[in-house]
Ligand binder design. Sequence first.
Ligand code: DGI
Ligand code: FE
Ligand code: FE
Length: 185
Amino acid sequence: MHILAKTIAQHLSPPRFKHSMGVAQTAALLAQRYGVEPEQAWLAGLVHDYAREMQAVDLLAWAQKLGELDHITQLHKELLHAPVGAHLIKLELGIQDLEIVQAVATHTLGDVNMSTLAKIIFLADMIEPGRKYPGVERLREKGQQSLNEAVLGSIDHTIKYLVAEGKPIHPRTIAARNFLIMGGE
Ligand code: DGI
Ligand code: FE
Ligand code: FE
């Protein structure tokens, strides 16, 4: 096994590790399709949820320090695993590729002006083989046709879920969607 995969296997629960390997594999395939280095995408997928199982109190402390707290993330602390994870993969795993760091930072909420790698990680997180929800197959098919359309479809799916659950939609999620539907790439 890849040395970093061993580290991640020790850092996360077995189901989360399995998800991370699924995202890595899916991201590597999407990378081949969209002209990104598959090794880079695989690595980004492997580490994308590095902070996903951190205690809320620790996430909060790190996010505060990093200036990543806002009125929504301070209540919905699980959203902080993306920016905090981005920081910790630099600090604890020594990852120096800032494109990977940025992809991890935006993998939950998305953003305007995402790199192709960041879009790949965002989509791979939604469609890896372990994901099972109505509509996932359509998103997998879209992912073969158009990366932007598939990312947009993923954002729409998340927004519908949040509306159904009565949860707040983060402004960054809205900004990411507006950017894509208004012709941004
Ligand atoms: O870490 P994963 O579970 O693999 O997936 P993820 O990083 O995409 O996180 C998914 C969670 O993030 C899911 O519970 C929905 C939530 N989420 C995504 N966008 C928003 C959001 N939650 C709120 N409140 N607002 C958002 O805009
Ligand atoms: Fe995540
Ligand atoms: Fe994930």
